[in-house]
Structures are given as structure tokens and as C-alpha cells.
Unconditional design. Structure first.
Length: 192
């Protein structure tokens, strides 16, 4: 799964570019009036080579950068629909857009710092599990199923009920085994 990191540099200026995983594609959105970028960020950004792209916003106006970022998110998600999209910003104004995009089946979330959530190691590759984890990650924690029975039904819906009940149970069990979900009484607790 390809990860696209889209950075709202007007809002989050202290980014540890050197800590960005080597397989992520990075887009840094810079406002028109931003004329100085810290040396450390530009130095570390060079190490990413062609995986990083600076996008200088044209024109001024309220939420101008946000509109540009939304445009790129739409273009990228259309071309790379099996990818994960992360918006690095403290601006909660992105949240309604993200909720809508997630409703369209795109794995997208806003993060305020790196790292953002537990990663799945390549050795753990399991396409069904990865799909379920990706879709669940894109759902706000307070909107996720609160009981195991509801979680099983929701995971089944991710596969349009084309997978067997045993396969759905296996996927749900993996969420618990990998300590991404725990249970207290009947209530589920999400750790991602």
C-alpha cells in the first residue's frame, strides 16, 4: 500500500522530514507569502529525492492552501485508489473533507505529528487483513463498531459479503492478535 503524505506547511512548520518512511511520497504545500524554510528541512528533504515535491500556492486568500491540498488529494486518490493519504496539519477544518473522502472508500486521515499509527511489517502481508485495517483506519474512532458482533458485520461489508464467515473471523482475530484492538467487557478499544 502506497502512502501519500500531504503537509500543510502553513500550519505545521516543524516537520522531521528525516523520519518519514522511505516508501512514502511526500507533498509539502507552501503558502504564497512563506518565503523562508528552515535549513534542516530543506537539507533533509533533499534526501527524499523525487519522492518529495514542493507545491507553492498561487494567490492569497482564506483557506487557499487548503483548497489546493484538497484538489491534489482528489487527483491522487482517483489515480491511486488503493493508497493511504495522510494530511499533516493541526487544522481541523480538513476533518469534514476527510470524513467525506473516507465515505467514498478512500483511506485518509489527518495527523498532527509523525509517526501516526502502528505500521504493518512487510512480513505480515495479508491482503484481506490489510484492506480491513486500511478501511477501519479511515473511520473516526468514535464511529467504529463498539461490539465484536458489529465489527464482524462491518468487516464483512468491506468485502461486500463475498468472503466466508471463517475468513471474516480470521481477519477480526488478527486485529486482536496484533494488539490493534482489545476488549474490556463487551466494549472494543481501538489502539490505532
Amino acid at each position: 500500500m502506497q502512502t501519500f503524505l500531504m503537509i500543510d506547511f502553513e500550519n505545521v512548520r516543524n516537520v522531521d522530514v528525516a523520519s518519514i518512511p522511505s516508501d512514502w511520497r511526500v507533498f509539502i504545500f507552501v503558502g504564497r507569502s512563506q518565503h523562508s524554510i528552515p535549513f534542516e528541512i530543506t537539507r533533509d528533504a533533499q534526501q527524499l529525492g523525487d519522492r518529495l515535491r514542493w507545491i507553492k500556492i498561487e494567490g492569497d486568500g482564506r483557506n487557499n492552501l487548503d483548497f489546493h491540498l484538497a484538489l491534489y488529494l482528489g487527483q491522487f486518490s482517483e489515480k491511486h485508489h488503493d493508497s493511504e493519504f495522510l494530511i499533516l496539519s493541526k487544522d481541523k477544518g480538513f476533518d469534514p473533507l476527510i470524513k467525506h473522502v473516507v465515505g467514498l472508500g478512500v483511506c485518509c486521515k489527518r495527523i498532527e505529528s509523525l509517526p501516526h499509527h502502528p505500521t504493518i511489517r512487510k512480513s505480515d502481508a495479508d491482503p484481506h487483513f490489510e484492506k480491513a485495517f486500511k478501511v477501519l483506519s479511515g473511520i473516526a474512532k468514535n464511529s467504529r463498531p463498539r461490539k465484536r458482533k458489529t465489527l464482524v458485520a462491518q468487516v464483512a461489508s468491506f468485502f461486500q459479503k463475498k468472503e466466508s464467515a471463517d475468513e471474516i473471523e480470521r481477519i477480526v482475530d488478527l486485529l486482536f492478535t496484533r494488539k490493534l484492538i482489545s476488549q474490556v467487557g463487551d466494549a472494543l478499544i481501538y489502539d490505532f
